[in-house]
Write a protein that binds this ligand. Structure first.
Ligand SMILES: [Mg+2]
Length: 306
């Protein structure tokens, strides 16, 4: 464990240094408050600190105050040491943010015991910080999983809805076009029934990766349900959305599936959001109607919403 000793009195400083080294600490020494503060501003500086109260430059309590204002997740353990042992001095040091106070001349065994307390507290802090980081990572993972479709890694319906609401309000505020493409694989039941659900899953995963390859980075591709997908296209008008859907239709048609001998196709509905005339639900309904008409028109085609 690293310790910083800051004391302007050479005798006291040498005594502290030799004792602490004997007790197994890795010691850094500062001869006044300014030097102490410079050391404490370095990265990887000692977190266990023994400060003399009265020092040229910056005094002990002032250094503690600065430390307390700037410290992040790894707090320092600070022992103020001084011959000024009246009760007011102790109260002042602790109020300034010191963790402990030792009066000169000190009893070495007592100082050793107090340093051990500081060491324990710092170890506990570090263990706590480590646990909090792990907890944060776990929370991030859970939050990602709650918004991800397990099979395809696409956005799930919940994540789509969150992004959709946000995108609609942005489109309304800045009067920007916004479109949706709704996609349903044709005769998908046939794959599952004939070749099993694993083959079906492979087809869905292939579709997901094709969709991700074809859209822009900020478009939202979600698995809407079984073999149905939806794409949220911000800053995109109907004609651009239709031409993307047509490109997707061709790519689907031309992609071989290794899991089964079928080539697969999909039907597409496309709709642009009507500013101030419809709600999110209305837009979803219109794009679904368009998809339904694509199915009725013989599948493997793109239909625009009315
Ligand atoms: Mg002094």
């Amino acid at each position: 464990m690293k310790v910083l000793i800051a004391d302007d009195d050479p005798t006291s400083r040498l005594l502290l240094e030799s004792l602490l080294k004997k007790w197994g600490y890795e010691v850094t020494v500062a001869r006044d408050g300014t030097e102490a503060w410079q050391i404490l501003c370095r990265t990887d500086h000692p977190l266990l600190v023994i400060l003399d109260w009265m020092m040229p430059g910056i005094e002990g309590p002032e250094i503690v105050g600065r430390l307390r204002q700037s410290e992040g997740s790894s707090p320092h353990y600070v022992i103020i040491i001084t011959s000024n042992d009246n009760e007011d001095a102790i109260v002042h040091a602790l109020n300034a943010g010191a963790d402990d106070f030792v009066a000169k001349p000190f009893n070495p065994s007592e100082l050793q015991a107090r340093l051990a307390v500081g060491f324990r507290v710092n170890q506990l802090h570090m263990a706590l910080v480590d646990k909090m980081q792990k907890l944060q990572q776990a929370t991030d993972t859970i939050s990602r999983l709650a918004r991800t479709d397990e099979l395809t890694d696409l956005h799930n319906r919940r994540s789509f809805n969150e992004n959709f609401t946000l995108a609609v309000s942005t489109a309304q505020r800045y009067n920007l076009p916004l479109s949706l493409i709704s996609i349903d694989l044709d005769h998908f039941k046939r794959v599952n029934d004939t070749y099993g659900h694993r083959a079906g899953d492979q087809v869905l995963q292939l579709c997901a990766s094709l969709l991700l390859e074809m859209v822009r980075g900020n478009d939202i591709v979600a698995r809407w349900g079984g073999e149905e997908f939806i794409i949220l296209l911000s800053h995109t008008d109907l004609s651009a959305a239709v031409s993307l859907a047509e490109r997707l239709r061709i790519v689907f048609e031309q992609s071989p599936v290794t899991a089964c001998p079928y080539s697969f196709t999909a039907s597409f509905g496309v709709a642009q959001f009507k500013q101030e005339l419809e709600t999110e639900e209305d837009l979803i309904r219109r794009v679904d109607d368009a998809l339904y008409r694509a199915k009725n028109q013989g599948r493997n085609c793109v239909v625009m919403a009315e």
